[in-house]
Write a protein that binds this ligand. Sequence first.
Ligand SMILES: [Zn+2]
Length: 153
Amino acid sequence: MEVQFFLMESNRDKTPQPAAEAAYVAAGLGPKTVTISTSMDHKQVELRLIQAYPKLRQLPGGWLLKKVYQGGSGSRPLIFAPAGQDGYPGKWFQKASKTTKFYVAPMQFDLPLEPLPDTAEEFLDTPKTECKSCSKKVPIPLLVDHLARCETV
Ligand SMILES: [Zn+2]
């Protein structure tokens, strides 16, 4: 099944503003769709998340999932999505609604929100397009930002 995640930089009480999403993507955080099967245990789910978000690999202190408490727009309140005895295995996600987005909350350390270089492993599988000014291949989610700061423009 396809599960929607959003990696946050810290254990936030509210979702980031939609306008801030681009900054999260540029930092290797933000929204990602991850394929999880019901046979996976917690460790396998975590490995999938690390593939999607390499920054999680070096996160001491672990992470938990949160979800939006109430609908609405802008920055919405988040509550913990409690893990079971066996963590967050594939079966846990099966019970969740298909439209639920899970916010990954780093618990004891924060992640940097600085933009990653265009060549970071976070963007290996991201489609790229060539910048006409500097001829670099730029990941599409970073293109607006790149064009704004490309030195040769
Ligand atoms: Zn450029």
